[in-house]
Design a protein around this ligand. Structure first.
Ligand SMILES: Nc1ncnc2c1ncn2[C@@H]1O[C@H](COP(=O)(O)OP(=O)(O)O)[C@@H](O)[C@H]1O
Ligand SMILES: [Mg+2]
Length: 329
C-alpha cells in the first residue's frame, strides 16, 4: 500500500460537515456529520450508502457546488474552500440528474463542451472520447434516441473533456438494467486505467464490491466503515466452510478439526458442521486430510465469505436497500 502522505491523496477530507437550513419552522438538518476521507491518486473510490445517507451532499461539496458548513477538503491538491475555481479546472463531474439535450447528436454535444473548455482540436478530442466510452457508432445519432446506458456513457465522456485529474460520478448506474450497468463499469475501469482518479457514489453493494479499489460506507451522514472490499469483509472475521457429514460422525469430526490451522470455532450446521476459519479456501485440503486421518469421508464442502451487506449490517444493524440481487458478477 502507498503511504498516506498528503501528496499521494487525490481527495483529503477532514471533519466535513453539511447542515441544511430548515424551512420555515423547521430545524436544521445535518446531512453530513463530520466525515474523514482519504482517496489515493489513481484509485476508484466508492462511497456506498442508502438513499438519504449524504452521498450527493458530500459530492456537491467536494465539487464546489455546495458551500461547506464546517471542516476541510482538498481535491487534486487544491483547497476546496480557498480556490474553488482551480478545483473546478482539475475535476470532472457527472451528477445524478443529467440534462442532456435530446436534439443534439453525441458528437455535437461533445464538440460544444470542448469549445466551452477551449480545447485546441474539438473534433479530434470528441472522436477520442467517443471511442473511449464506446459510442463511436452512435456518435451522429440524436441523443434522444440513446438508451439510458448510452446517455450515462455520454455523460462520462462530457465530464472528461478537459482531462480532469479526478472524476466524480454520482450514482452512475442507478436505474440502469444489469447489462448497461456492466458496460458503464467497463468504461469507468477504462477511464481509471488511463490515470484518472474516480470517486463514485452508489447504493449497489455489487458495484462497490466489483468496481472499487477502496470504499467508505456512509449512513446517516457518518462514515461507518472504510477500506478495500476485502479488508471490510475480513474485519468481520472468519470465512465459513460448511461440511456435509453423517450426523453420527459430528462429534468425531469436530475433534478431528480442532488442530486445523487458523480455526476460529466450529458449530453445527443444517447438514453437517460449519467451520469458521481465517482462510476457508486455503483450509479445504487440510480439512479433508484431517477428516480422512480420522476415517471420516465428508460430503459436500461449501465455502462462503462475508459480503458487503454483512459489513453494512454489522456497522448499522440494518441491511442496505437498493441491492441488485438479480445481478450476476
Ligand atoms: N437542499 C436540501 N435542503 C435540505 N435538505 C436536503 C437538501 N438536499 C438533501 N437534503 C437532505 O440531506 C440528506 C442527505 O441527502 P443526500 O445527500 O441527497 O443523500 P444521498 O445522495 O445519499 O441519497 C437527506 O436527508 C436529504 O433529505
Ligand atoms: Mg444522491
Amino acid at each position: 500500500m502507498t503511504s498516506e502522505a498528503p501528496t499521494d491523496l487525490a481527495i483529503e477530507v477532514r471533519g466535513l460537515v453539511k447542515r441544511y437550513r430548515g424551512g420555515r419552522g423547521q430545524d436544521e438538518l445535518s446531512a453530513v456529520r463530520g466525515i474523514d476521507l482519504g482517496v489515493r491518486r489513481g484509485e476508484v473510490f466508492g462511497f456506498l450508502g442508502p438513499n438519504g445517507a449524504g452521498k450527493t451532499t458530500t459530492v456537491r461539496m467536494l465539487c464546489t457546488l455546495l458551500p461547506i458548513t464546517e471542516g476541510h477538503a482538498t481535491v487534486a491538491g487544491v483547497d476546496v474552500g480557498r480556490d474553488p475555481a482551480e478545483v473546478r479546472r482539475r475535476i470532472g463531474v457527472a451528477l445524478q440528474e443529467v440534462g442532456l439535450d435530446a436534439r443534439q447528436s453525441g458528437r455535437e454535444l461533445l464538440e460544444l463542451q470542448c469549445g466551452l473548455y477551449r480545447i485546441a482540436d474539438p473534433a479530434a478530442r470528441s472522436a477520442e472520447l467517443l471511442r473511449l466510452v464506446g459510442l463511436e457508432d452512435a456518435a451522429d445519432r440524436l441523443i434522444g434516441t440513446y438508451s439510458g446506458g448510452m446517455k450515462r456513457r455520454l455523460d462520462l465522456a462530457t465530464a472528461l473533456v478537459h482531462e480532469p485529474q479526478v472524476l466524480f460520478l454520482d450514482e452512475p448506474t442507478t436505474g440502469l438494467d444489469p447489462a448497461s450497468r456492466l458496460t458503464v463499469w467497463q468504461e469507468v475501469r477504462r477511464i481509471n486505467a488511463l490515470g484518472t482518479t474516480v470517486f463514485l457514489t452508489t447504493q449497489y453493494l455489487e458495484e462497490a464490491d466489483q468496481l472499487c479499489d477502496r470504499l467508505a460506507i456512509i449512513d446517516d451522514g457518518t462514515i461507518v466503515a472504510q477500506g478495500t472490499p476485502d479488508e471490510l469483509k475480513s474485519e468481520l472475521g472468519s470465512d465459513v466452510l460448511t461440511i456435509g457429514l453423517d450426523p453420527v460422525e459430528h462429534d468425531r469430526a469436530r475433534d478431528a478439526l480442532l488442530t486445523l490451522a487458523g480455526l476460529d470455532h466450529v458449530t453445527d450446521a443444517a447438514e453437517g458442521l460449519a467451520v469458521y476459519v481465517d482462510d476457508a479456501a486455503g483450509a479445504v485440503a487440510d480439512v479433508v486430510r484431517l477428516l480422512g486421518d480420522a476415517g471420516i469421508r465428508p460430503g459436500a464442502i461449501a465455502l462462503s465469505r462475508p459480503s458487503l451487506d454483512d459489513v453494512f449490517l454489522a456497522s448499522t444493524g440494518r441491511r442496505i436497500e437498493g441491492g441488485v440481487p438479480e445481478m450476476a458478477s
